[in-house]
Design a binder for this molecule. Structure first.
Ligand code: FES
Ligand code: FES
Length: 189
Protein backbone atom coordinates (compact mmCIF):
# COMPACT_ATOMS: atom_id res chain seq x y z
CA UNK A 1 0.00 0.00 0.00
CA UNK A 2 1.38 3.38 -1.02
CA UNK A 3 1.01 6.20 1.45
CA UNK A 4 0.54 9.68 0.07
CA UNK A 5 0.47 13.07 1.69
CA UNK A 6 -0.85 16.43 0.60
CA UNK A 7 1.95 18.89 1.22
CA UNK A 8 1.80 22.67 1.11
CA UNK A 9 5.00 24.68 0.95
CA UNK A 10 5.65 28.35 0.37
CA UNK A 11 8.33 28.36 -2.31
CA UNK A 12 9.95 31.70 -3.07
CA UNK A 13 6.87 33.42 -1.70
CA UNK A 14 4.39 31.31 -3.66
CA UNK A 15 2.13 28.88 -1.82
CA UNK A 16 2.08 25.51 -3.57
CA UNK A 17 0.16 22.35 -2.72
CA UNK A 18 0.97 18.96 -4.23
CA UNK A 19 0.14 15.39 -3.29
CA UNK A 20 3.14 13.14 -3.11
CA UNK A 21 4.24 9.78 -1.90
CA UNK A 22 5.24 9.94 1.74
CA UNK A 23 8.77 8.89 0.78
CA UNK A 24 9.34 11.68 -1.77
CA UNK A 25 12.26 13.98 -1.06
CA UNK A 26 11.87 17.73 -0.93
CA UNK A 27 14.13 17.94 -4.00
CA UNK A 28 11.87 15.67 -6.05
CA UNK A 29 8.78 17.46 -4.75
CA UNK A 30 10.23 20.78 -5.91
CA UNK A 31 11.55 19.60 -9.26
CA UNK A 32 9.06 16.94 -10.35
CA UNK A 33 5.81 18.13 -8.81
CA UNK A 34 6.18 21.87 -8.40
CA UNK A 35 8.35 22.63 -11.44
CA UNK A 36 10.96 24.43 -9.35
CA UNK A 37 14.09 23.28 -11.13
CA UNK A 38 16.87 25.54 -9.91
CA UNK A 39 17.86 23.11 -7.10
CA UNK A 40 19.73 20.36 -8.94
CA UNK A 41 20.09 16.63 -8.38
CA UNK A 42 23.78 15.87 -8.09
CA UNK A 43 24.74 13.09 -5.73
CA UNK A 44 21.44 12.43 -3.99
CA UNK A 45 23.40 11.72 -0.83
CA UNK A 46 23.94 15.11 0.81
CA UNK A 47 27.49 15.45 -0.43
CA UNK A 48 27.60 17.88 -3.36
CA UNK A 49 25.40 20.83 -2.36
CA UNK A 50 23.74 21.14 -5.77
CA UNK A 51 20.30 20.73 -4.19
CA UNK A 52 20.77 23.29 -1.39
CA UNK A 53 17.72 25.34 -0.45
CA UNK A 54 16.78 27.45 2.52
CA UNK A 55 14.19 25.77 4.70
CA UNK A 56 12.66 28.36 7.00
CA UNK A 57 15.86 30.32 6.46
CA UNK A 58 18.28 27.49 7.19
CA UNK A 59 20.32 25.81 4.45
CA UNK A 60 19.55 22.13 3.90
CA UNK A 61 20.27 19.50 1.29
CA UNK A 62 16.85 19.03 -0.28
CA UNK A 63 17.83 15.52 -1.37
CA UNK A 64 17.99 14.43 2.27
CA UNK A 65 14.69 15.92 3.48
CA UNK A 66 11.33 14.25 2.98
CA UNK A 67 8.74 16.68 1.70
CA UNK A 68 6.16 15.23 4.05
CA UNK A 69 8.38 16.12 7.00
CA UNK A 70 8.36 19.82 6.19
CA UNK A 71 4.72 20.42 5.28
CA UNK A 72 3.93 24.09 5.89
CA UNK A 73 7.54 25.27 5.66
CA UNK A 74 8.95 28.19 3.71
CA UNK A 75 11.45 27.24 1.03
CA UNK A 76 13.81 29.62 -0.73
CA UNK A 77 15.76 28.53 -3.78
CA UNK A 78 18.33 30.50 -5.78
CA UNK A 79 15.51 32.04 -7.82
CA UNK A 80 14.10 33.43 -4.59
CA UNK A 81 17.24 35.52 -4.09
CA UNK A 82 16.07 37.88 -6.83
CA UNK A 83 14.45 41.16 -6.04
CA UNK A 84 10.99 42.37 -7.03
CA UNK A 85 10.25 41.80 -10.71
CA UNK A 86 13.07 39.28 -10.94
CA UNK A 87 15.90 41.81 -10.81
CA UNK A 88 19.09 40.17 -9.59
CA UNK A 89 19.66 40.32 -5.87
CA UNK A 90 22.97 41.62 -4.47
CA UNK A 91 24.52 38.19 -4.26
CA UNK A 92 23.45 37.27 -7.77
CA UNK A 93 24.95 40.54 -9.03
CA UNK A 94 28.22 39.75 -7.27
CA UNK A 95 28.32 36.27 -8.84
CA UNK A 96 27.77 37.87 -12.23
CA UNK A 97 30.40 40.58 -11.73
CA UNK A 98 33.00 38.08 -10.48
CA UNK A 99 32.27 35.43 -13.15
CA UNK A 100 31.37 33.02 -10.37
CA UNK A 101 28.51 31.33 -12.23
CA UNK A 102 30.67 28.61 -13.73
CA UNK A 103 29.00 25.42 -14.94
CA UNK A 104 25.57 26.49 -13.83
CA UNK A 105 24.71 23.16 -12.30
CA UNK A 106 26.27 24.01 -8.95
CA UNK A 107 25.57 27.75 -8.95
CA UNK A 108 22.05 27.64 -7.49
CA UNK A 109 23.28 25.69 -4.48
CA UNK A 110 26.33 27.91 -4.13
CA UNK A 111 24.10 31.00 -4.10
CA UNK A 112 21.76 29.58 -1.49
CA UNK A 113 24.60 28.53 0.80
CA UNK A 114 26.30 31.90 0.38
CA UNK A 115 23.06 33.72 1.17
CA UNK A 116 22.77 31.77 4.40
CA UNK A 117 26.41 32.50 5.18
CA UNK A 118 25.92 36.26 4.75
CA UNK A 119 22.61 36.40 6.55
CA UNK A 120 24.04 37.58 9.85
CA UNK A 121 25.84 40.54 8.26
CA UNK A 122 29.21 39.60 9.71
CA UNK A 123 32.27 40.21 7.52
CA UNK A 124 34.12 36.96 6.94
CA UNK A 125 37.67 36.26 5.80
CA UNK A 126 38.29 34.35 2.59
CA UNK A 127 39.19 31.33 4.68
CA UNK A 128 35.87 31.56 6.51
CA UNK A 129 33.99 31.92 3.24
CA UNK A 130 35.74 28.85 1.86
CA UNK A 131 34.89 26.94 5.02
CA UNK A 132 31.27 28.08 4.79
CA UNK A 133 31.02 26.76 1.23
CA UNK A 134 32.76 23.47 1.96
CA UNK A 135 29.58 21.48 1.32
CA UNK A 136 29.18 22.85 -2.22
CA UNK A 137 31.44 21.02 -4.63
CA UNK A 138 32.80 22.30 -7.93
CA UNK A 139 34.52 19.90 -10.28
CA UNK A 140 35.01 22.21 -13.25
CA UNK A 141 36.90 25.35 -12.37
CA UNK A 142 37.67 25.97 -8.71
CA UNK A 143 36.47 28.19 -5.98
CA UNK A 144 38.42 31.43 -6.51
CA UNK A 145 35.74 33.41 -8.39
CA UNK A 146 33.04 32.08 -6.07
CA UNK A 147 34.91 33.25 -2.99
CA UNK A 148 35.59 36.55 -4.80
CA UNK A 149 31.85 36.97 -5.32
CA UNK A 150 30.87 36.26 -1.74
CA UNK A 151 33.61 38.54 -0.49
CA UNK A 152 32.52 41.28 -2.90
CA UNK A 153 28.89 40.93 -1.85
CA UNK A 154 29.66 41.33 1.82
CA UNK A 155 32.04 44.25 1.20
CA UNK A 156 29.50 45.99 -1.02
CA UNK A 157 26.87 45.67 1.66
CA UNK A 158 29.23 47.09 4.26
CA UNK A 159 30.35 49.98 2.02
CA UNK A 160 26.86 50.94 0.97
CA UNK A 161 24.28 49.44 3.28
CA UNK A 162 21.47 48.06 1.22
CA UNK A 163 17.97 48.05 2.67
CA UNK A 164 17.32 44.75 0.95
CA UNK A 165 17.82 41.72 3.12
CA UNK A 166 20.05 38.82 2.12
CA UNK A 167 17.25 37.42 0.03
CA UNK A 168 17.19 40.59 -2.06
CA UNK A 169 13.84 41.82 -0.77
CA UNK A 170 13.39 45.55 -0.48
CA UNK A 171 11.09 47.18 2.04
CA UNK A 172 7.70 48.03 0.54
CA UNK A 173 7.83 51.20 -1.55
CA UNK A 174 11.61 51.51 -1.30
CA UNK A 175 13.56 51.93 -4.52
CA UNK A 176 16.55 49.91 -3.40
CA UNK A 177 20.06 50.71 -4.64
CA UNK A 178 21.83 47.96 -6.56
CA UNK A 179 25.47 47.62 -5.50
CA UNK A 180 28.01 46.86 -8.22
CA UNK A 181 30.72 44.93 -6.40
CA UNK A 182 34.22 44.88 -7.80
CA UNK A 183 36.12 41.62 -8.05
CA UNK A 184 38.27 40.83 -5.03
CA UNK A 185 42.04 41.30 -5.29
CA UNK A 186 42.89 37.66 -4.73
CA UNK A 187 41.92 35.00 -7.21
CA UNK A 188 43.29 31.88 -5.67
CA UNK A 189 41.96 28.52 -6.81
S1 FES B 1 22.05 16.24 -4.63
FE1 FES B 1 21.75 16.83 -2.59
S2 FES B 1 23.73 17.12 -1.77
FE2 FES B 1 24.08 16.34 -3.77
S1 FES C 1 30.60 25.23 -10.79
FE1 FES C 1 29.68 23.30 -11.23
S2 FES C 1 31.33 21.90 -11.49
FE2 FES C 1 32.25 23.85 -11.14
Amino acid sequence: MTHTATITLTVNGQRLTRTAGAHLTLLRWLRDLAGVTDPKYGCGEGVCGACAVLLDGEPVSACLVLAAQVDGAEVTTAAGLSGPGGIPGPLQEAFHACHAAQCGFCTPGMLVTAAALLADGRIRSRAEIRAGLHGNLCRCTGYGPIVDAVEAAQEARQARPDPRDHLGRAPAGHDAPRPRPAAGPERGR
